[in-house]
Design a protein around this ligand. Structure first.
Ligand SMILES: NC(=O)c1ccc[n+]([C@@H]2O[C@H](COP(=O)([O-])OP(=O)(O)OC[C@H]3O[C@@H](n4cnc5c(N)ncnc54)[C@H](OP(=O)(O)O)[C@@H]3O)[C@@H](O)[C@H]2O)c1
Length: 253
């Protein structure tokens, strides 16, 4: 069985490592090619866009892929829409692996917004000290609010830097622990956090730290994703594949 994983997440990497060990599977992983030094992977990797849904459908047919696993980030809405359309067009089975979002607990102070522009507007007029934990390609709207001081964390350097007078940059790859993030927020006297509701443990540290310090989080709402079969964990993907690979009699078909 030939499996293509659309990746760029820790889950995709872990899934690839688990499937690489299994008999009867040939697994490849696809990355968008955004990060300069992607983490090493246990299976062959291809990198770069396919050229829209049509390009992905062609790739699925040309490579005779049997199963497509969309394990991209929950905010990567374009590739997920393409995956749904391409799998349908190529007659390939599709399963999405999407982390459930975090939910608010007592002590959380979240302001939920639809876009980065709305997050900037929610910062208001008074100068704030803002920790920004978004992708480095999503920072442009903050240039419209140069009165705030920004602490920006991203995997790769922000180049060119944001056109604002007060910005500090940190390049780091998660996971980030709560204690580490709490110390970071305190050291930089942060009063507001802007984040995505990524779900999972790796980047929850800042959310827990904000709660502990009584700081508001301006949370970008998740984008709409296609309505396709979906699971929440790597283990569920493996169980789904086991079922899909079992002889039809064993599946009760
Ligand atoms: N958005 C986030 O917050 C976030 C956070 C962490 C990691 N990531 C990862 O970074 C990648 C890009 O995210 P994005 O928000 O730019 O996605 P996006 O807006 O949904 O995708 C934009 C385009 O990038 C290409 N692409 C995206 N993921 C790809 C993959 N795994 N393999 C091959 N091509 C891919 C596709 O180009 P074509 O149309 O030419 O095929 C897609 O149309 C994703 O793999 C995602 O898992 C994203």
């Amino acid at each position: 069985m030939l499996i293509l994983i659309l990746g760029g997440t820790a889950e995709a990497r872990r899934l690839a490592a688990m499937l690489a060990e299994r008999e009867g599977l040939a697994v490849a992983l696809s990355l968008a090619g955004r990060t300069a030094k992607p983490a090493p992977q246990a299976v062959p990797v291809r990198s770069g866009g396919f050229g829209g849904a049509d390009g992905l459908a062609r790739h699925l047919s040309d490579e005779a892929i049997d199963v497509l696993i969309d394990a991209t980030h929950p905010y990567a809405a374009a590739i997920s829409a393409n995956a749904a359309q391409a799998a349908r067009a190529a007659g390939v089975k599709l399963l999405a692996l999407k982390r459930p979002p975090w939910t608010k607990v007592a002590g959380d102070d979240w302001i939920e917004v639809d876009s980065v522009e709305d997050a900037v507007a929610a910062l208001g007029n008074a100068p704030r000290r803002v920790f920004v934990a978004l992708g480095r390609n999503e920072l442009e709207p903050f240039a419209e609010a140069p009165r705030h001081a920004y602490l920006i964390r991203s995997v790769d350097p922000v180049d060119p830097p944001l056109a604002v007078p007060h910005a500090t940059y940190i390049t780091a790859r998660g996971p980030f622990a709560e204690a580490e993030d709490r110390a970071l927020l305190q050291r930089h006297k942060i009063d507001t956090i802007v984040a995505k509701n990524s779900g999972g443990d790796a980047t929850y540290g800042k959310i827990a730290a904000a709660r502990a310090l009584g700081l508001p989080v301006i949370m970008l709402k998740r984008p709409a994703l296609p309505d396709v079969p979906s699971v929440a964990t790597v283990e569920e993907v493996v169980a789904w594949l086991d079922h899909a690979m079992a002889p039809s009699t064993a599946r009760g078909v």
